[in-house]
Design a protein around this ligand. Sequence first.
Ligand SMILES: [Zn+2]
Length: 470
Amino acid sequence: MTERNPDTLMEKIVSLCKRRGFVYQGSEIYGGLAGIYDFGPRGVELLHNLKAAWWRANVYDKENYYGLDSGMFKNPRVWEASGHTSGFSDPLAECRKCNTRVRVDKELAKVGVVADEKMSEKELNDLFDAHRGEITCPQCGKKDFTAVRAFNLLVKTNLGDFTSTGSEPVYLPGEACQGIYLNFKNILDTLQPKLPFGVVQIGKAFRNEISPRNFLFRLREFEQADTQLFIKPHQNKDAYEQIKQDRWNWYLAIGIREENLRWKQHENLVFYAKDAWDIEYNFPALGFDELEGIHDRTDYDLTQHQQFSGIDLRYTDPETGEKFVPWILETSVGLSRMSLAVLADAYTEDDLGGETRVFLKFKPSIAPVKAAVFPLLKNKPELVAKAREVYQMLKKEIPQIVWDDNGNIGKRYRRQDEIGTPFCITIDFDTLGETPEMQDTVTLRDRDTGEQQRVKIDELVELLTKAIKV
Ligand SMILES: [Zn+2]
């Protein structure tokens, strides 16, 4: 196997994603739109599989976690309460010598300082001032910057504004998790869960990024998968450690190699937070950077919404009758970023039959196509008929099965390897009974080894179902 080359890997992944229908540039025929990508037929299946695996781990495999799907548009007061209209910005500073603008959070990160995205302009300036001596202009090398100006990332809309004054804009969600806080009381009142309990959601988020970049890493529109665990005040420590462990293990379970993951603790917390860690992934072209955030947020979110809405959001302890605002432990990951990590981790080049080949070594449970079914030759009706029969039979049990009769067998293997299809099934003349003892068997080719074995058609469903199990 060839070494993973961090310098060219991103280019290769972008090219493969386009070539094989994973990811396209948004509005491509019009020249595109910065920071927007579309998931193609293969990409959307990968995304579905990742979401399903995530949902299973965070809802079905737990007893006290509840799913939610809240509306994207929210009362404008929500974003005031959450701090997004004042904080939540791209912080920029300008070099006084050459007028180059820098992203302050990125420059701070280079010297090992993490700035929280929800920091206010003042918090950012304090942090920047404390580290000015370490930060040099990437253009001229001077250390003379203006104060930090924060450019708000919320995307405004004109929903419900029929006067065109735009006085109180409705925003697209800057993060998906707010819907969970807004429905906390509804869930309490309707399902009567006892603490600790979790509410989870997968939802879209929009950010007016000044410089979207690095393919799926930093986008203007993306999906987030969030969990919020509501707990009793001060009972955060053990639960937080457990969540951190669970989330780390989940990445291993979907096939991410452990050497490409690491922990990073935030040094500079927003004032209300107790602790914050990122699971970082070794992204192509970027190196280690945030994949998922795990945050110990105290009672800040619900207290803010209680104050701004005037609605009592306290929980009543069923034993003691005591009323209090629960604390929150949060996990949050962008699914586009997760897809990029999964694609990068799966990208493999090796030598097979004297040729270099590219394949995506997805864990079968997340592969967008589980198996491809081929007739050996597409101009032999009896082969095609038998292959169609096998294809239909498999598809009933395992929906992510494709039919492929385009080009010769070698080309089909190559194509399926690049999609990451773990199994290819070929119907040949032996299947039809040319060699009597092989009647009703097919060849089953393994993606990773390229090896083929003869398998009875009757055994295919069981074999595949077992192999693709999460
Ligand atoms: Zn400069």
